[in-house]
Design a protein around this ligand. Structure first.
Ligand code: F6P
Length: 499
């Protein structure tokens, strides 16, 4: 394994401009068109030699076997003793898992049909409470695809800050609201508190049976029953679907409700098409694999600590937040699957924003700062709006100009006006933002995250790092325990000495 890493570290590269000169086929080799998406890795420092060295590393790390294990429902999440079966939700997995997922989808569809047939009376608003993977996926997809839909007005509320819930319900009528409680474990404190407050709001708003208006999305149906949800309104999903990989499961209920069943099916089918590409394409023509090679090159060979993602499309504005959980919760680890120190940098810090806004805020650092921060541009050829002027053309021009400028740089006699150039970027250009293409894009990111985990030898499917803070919050809430002087002083200042 370390020999393979050594080969990666030793593989030569040149400046991006020199690479374009030296490799006439560079653009075609490092550009892929898959499922309505152009992936352009040519403005990264990946060379033929680097791709070969990374392919050897992938082989040494058992990527093919790990991928087979993932798709066949074997236990890949070893620390929790579970499979990771999100692909089964889109029909790509062990036959029994696919069948099980289809059963859950059938149940979800039947409930949606019942809602549409008026089983809950008139429903105009959907209040979805959930956090992390039980919120970010649905929020991102509905925000991206739901702008033209007037099926239901949907709000996704995650934060325990009551201001978030208050803002969402301010525009809702409790009598026409469906309360969706999304929690894999059905124990997450923020979600449970938001659910309680929403129920009280419904009760105070004159809803005779607020509990009768709940739909629960969970892998712990018994907990939802304990909470008071009728069994017929619980949409279960499998324990082996990880929270941040769960939008394809019953957690996608608000997506299917807001966009319609056909759109949800197309989302799944787009993801399945990317699954097939990931399974079948050789490493040098495999989009998630090449992306992960570039990720590891910058993080482990060039020492980049971050990776910046800019959505050049308002519809994708929630993409950076979605990716932050996917990438950092998956690969922000320090030990390998065997519990040994990884010995090299793991997940980059994913951050980003929306173009062109970000150009007028953070791009200064990207063009002239001292950090190496590989940039990812994500855009779509087809616009959403119907304005007469050429907004979309200007948006795309700006996107392409930034990538070109990062690479080319510009020398000046005045150092303050010089741009070093040779700054890497990847461009992901969607033909259009529709359910199938978005499904493929999200699956691409899932698999890229998985490949990064395999190359590092870590388990991308657990998240023990989030537990300690939760435990301490509970102890503070319970009172009686002593903490460090700073924390004690903050508690006293906020709640009074009585705490
Ligand atoms: O605290 C992190 C986490 O466990 C995430 O992994 C998960 O997506 C989120 O909390 C919500 O968990 P649940 O769906 O069980 O409420």
């Amino acid at each position: 394994m370390s020999d393979a890493w050594e080969a990666v570290e030793k593989a030569g590269t040149q400046t991006l401009e020199a690479l374009f000169q030296a490799e006439p086929d560079r653009l075609s080799r490092l550009t892929l068109d898959e499922n309505g998406i152009r992936f352009d890795f040519s403005k990264t420092h990946l060379t033929g030699e680097l791709v070969s060295a990374f392919s050897a590393l992938a082989e040494a790390q058992g990527l093919a076997a790990a991928r087979d294990a993932l798709f066949s429902g074997q236990i890949v999440n070893v620390t929790e003793g579970r499979a990771a079966e999100h692909t089964a939700e889109r029909g790509q997995g062990a036959p029994e898992s696919v069948q099980r997922a289809q059963g859950f989808h059938t149940r979800m569809r039947a409930l949606i049909d019942a809602i549409e047939a008026g089983a809950f009376g008139e429903i105009r608003h959907v209040l979805h409470v959930g956090i992390g993977g039980s919120a970010l996926g649905p929020d991102f997809v509905i925000d991206a695809l739901g702008r033209d839909e007037d099926r239901y007005d949907t709000a996704v509320v995650s934060n325990v800050d009551g201001a978030a819930l208050e803002e969402a319900i301010a525009r809702f009528d409790p009598k026409t609201t469906l309360l969706v409680i999304a929690s894999k474990t059905f124990t997450t404190s923020e979600t449970m508190l938001n659910a309680q407050s929403a129920l009280l709001w419904m009760e105070e708003g004159g809803v005779a049976d607020p509990y009768g208006r709940i739909v629960a999305l969970t892998a712990s149906p018994e907990k939802a029953v304990e909470f008071g949800v009728d069994e017929t309104r619980i949409l279960p999903f499998s324990e082996s679907v990880g929270g941040r990989y769960s939008l394809w499961s019953s957690i996608g209920f608000p997506i299917a409700l807001a966009l319609g069943w056909e759109a949800f099916e197309n989302l799944l089918e787009g993801a399945a098409a990317m699954d097939r590409h990931f399974r079948l394409a050789p490493p040098e023509r495999n989009a998630p694999v090449l992306a992960a090679f570039a990720d590891r090159y910058y993080a482990n060979v060039r020492g980049a600590q971050t990776r910046a993602v800019f959505a050049y499309d308002e519809r994708l504005r929630l993409l950076p937040s979605y990716l932050q959980q996917l990438e950092m919760e998956s690969n922000g680890k320090s030990v390998t699957v065997d519990g040994q120190p990884v010995g090299r940098a793991t997940s980059q810090i994913t951050w980003g924003g929306v173009g062109t806004d970000a150009q007028h805020a953070v791009f200064q650092l990207l063009h002239q700062g001292t950090h190496l921060a590989p940039v990812e541009f994500v855009a779509a050829v087809e616009p959403e709006h119907g304005l007469a002027f050429d907004h979309h053309r200007q948006l795309l021009i700006n996107c392409f100009a930034q990538g070109a400028a990062l690479m080319a740089g510009k020398q000046s006699d005045d150092p303050a006006r010089s741009y070093s150039g040779d700054r890497p970027s990847t461009t992901i250009l969607l033909d259009r933002i529709d359910p199938a293409t978005l499904g493929a894009l999200i699956a691409f990111y899932e698999h890229r995250t998985f490949v990064n985990g395999v190359l590092l030898g870590i388990n991308p499917f657990d998240q023990f790092g989030v537990e300690l803070g939760k435990e301490i919050a509970k102890s503070i809430d319970a009172g009686g325990l002593q903490f460090d002087p700073s924390t004690e002083a903050l508690i006293a200042r906020a709640f009074g000495d009585a705490e």
